[in-house]
Design a protein around this ligand. Structure first.
Ligand code: ADP
Ligand code: MG
Length: 483
């Protein structure tokens, strides 16, 4: 392409606090019954006064600290005035010139993306347009929910990079327990400002703002589409108009929503009902000490400490609780193991967690009382596999049993007779029985049908519940049949 795309993101995230931003109504925007989590304050009744939610402010400041921002020692809220039916007060309490956090950055695949600011505001209600009806409904459960807004500098150059940025931010918000940040639930919303400029030109082109991006995939595709559309316009001698466009997920294209009147006139002014804030460096230091290991720190540490592939490490970074569980299992393995053997066991545990445990879990989680597999028992299962006491299919079976009932794997194995049978004499014994009770297959085999042997192996495996190694079964059956 002869045109270079430039992208700046504006990302909103609903913060996970008990109560709303300026009142004590429950913060639960997923509540299905409309208008239950509301009160005179978030409904904007006259004579009410807002009180700022301290936890929400701390959450935003922690996000700012994690993203290397400067935290404002003096800050305030401002009124952003506009009329819309989902905005009961006729204005949104937001921040204008003194955001809580400014000038940070996030590195994506070694490239630094600068963050302009992170501020705090309140979410609006939700309008519902019943199909075919000549009226709309409004649900205020979401009105007043704390909403963080992060704005980046125009440092991003592709849809893929924008998606990677949004993904990393989502993981960070989850690590800090600031937001669940599920895009499909509207807990995290991404808007992309996209422009293109001819290769060699310094000055940025006219930007278009793309909204309704409800998934990471749509972030990537909408930006790629926009960059192409704008390049084609310029290529054919036309101009890009500054406007807001929506993303049609089915058609996979952007469409014009409204042309941007030169900056909305929001009549911002300091919120008179909330006094400004003065913070101290000591408070910021205390907040910093509450920040856990960050996703990029864990990524770096895991690749240094464990001999695992990048995609495995990524699972443990992205799913924080799974990563923590993995490390607990590893610490249970560590006892007395020689380095090489330990490395082998770590890989085994990683494989079983990623391919089997995550599959069994589906929507359940490894944290909480209903998760019954203790790291100690999981580690013991790994040791049993490594010693050859159980085969891999049996291990998967035992794991399912441990998941539903809990308990020690060696006890489950003993109770259910699942231990690997490896002594030749016992297998010969069983093989003879199988031969005796399957005369037809034996006859077929002797006539030269190789399949018949496979059938006998299968019979033996099912009789022994898979506790005999199939290779051993095949050899021993073959030997007996040849004599
Ligand atoms: P506005 O006043 O229209 O909201 P801002 O200057 O506040 O514009 O920028 C909003 C977002 O757009 C930021 O993320 C910024 O990085 C991005 N942006 C600004 N100019 C451009 C441009 N020419 N191309 C792409 N993104 C841009
Ligand atoms: Mg803006």
């Amino acid at each position: 392409m002869n045109y270079i795309p430039t992208i700046g993101l504006e990302i909103h995230a609903e913060l996970k606090t008990k109560s709303k931003m300026f009142c004590s109504s429950l913060n639960d925007p997923q509540e299905k019954h409309p208008n239950v989590n509301i009160c005179p304050i978030c409904m904007g009744h006259p004579g009410t006064l807002p009180v700022a939610n301290k936890v929400a402010i701390h959450e935003v400041q922690k996000v700012g600290l994690a993203l290397n921002c400067t935290l404002a020692l003096f800050s305030k809220f401002d009124r952003k005035n506009y009329f819309y039916p989902d905005l009961p007060k006729g204005y949104q309490i937001s921040q204008y010139d003194l955001p809580f956090c400014s000038e940070g950055y996030l590195d994506i695949a070694g490239k630094r993306i600068r963050i302009t600011r992170i501020h705090l505001e309140e979410d609006a209600g939700r309008l519902i347009h019943p199909p075919g009806a000549d009226y709309s409904l409004v649900d205020f459960n979401r009105a007043g929910v704390p909403l963080m807004e992060l704005v980046t500098e125009p440092d991003i150059t592709s849809g893929q990079e924008a998606m990677a940025f949004a993904k990393e931010l989502q993981i960070l918000l989850r690590y800090l327990a600031a937001s669940d940040a599920n895009m499909d639930k509207g807990q995290m919303r991404v808007e992309a400002n996209v422009s293109v400029r001819p290769n060699g030109q310094e000055k940025l082109g006219t930007k278009v703002e793309v909204k309704n991006l409800n998934s990471f995939k749509s972030v990537e595709r909408a930006i790629a589409f926009e960059a192409r559309r704008q390049s084609e316009l310029l290529e054919s001698g036309q101009e890009v108009i500054q406007e807001t466009r929506g993303w049609d997920d089915t058609k996979e294209e952007t469409f014009s929503q409204r042309e941007k009147e030169d900056a909305h006139y929001y009549r911002y002014f300091p919120e008179p009902d909330l006094p400004p804030f003065r913070f101290t460096k000591e408070e910021f230091k205390a907040l910093k000490s509450e920040i856990p290991e960050l996703p990029w720190q864990r990524r770096e540490r895991f690749s240094r400490e464990y001999d695992l592939g990048t995609s495995e490490i990524e699972v443990f970074v992205q799913q924080k609780d799974i990563g923590e569980y993995f490390e607990k299992v590893v610490s249970e393995l560590g006892i007395d193991a020689a380095t090489e053997k330990l490395q082998k066991l770590i890989k085994l545990a990683s494989n079983y967690i990623i391919t089997d445990l995550i599959g069994i879990l589906q929507k359940a989680s490894v944290v909480g009382e209903d998760f019954l597999i203790t790291p100690e028992n999981f580690a013991e299962l790994m040791l049993l596999i490594e010693k050859g006491e159980i085969s891999s299919p049996i291990a998967k079976q035992v794991l399912k049993e441990m998941f539903s009932k809990g308990g020690d794997p060696s006890i489950i194995i003993e109770e259910q007779g699942l231990a690997q049978i490896s002594d030749t004499a016992s297998i010969q014994e069983i093989a003879k029985e199988i031969i005796k009770s399957n005369p037809k297959a034996v006859e077929d085999y002797k006539k030269g049908k190789e399949n018949a042997l496979q059938f006998l192996v299968g019979q033996l495996m099912s009789k022994t519940k898979g506790t005999v190694h199939p290779e051993a079964a095949r050899t021993i059956l073959g030997d007996i049949l040849k004599t």
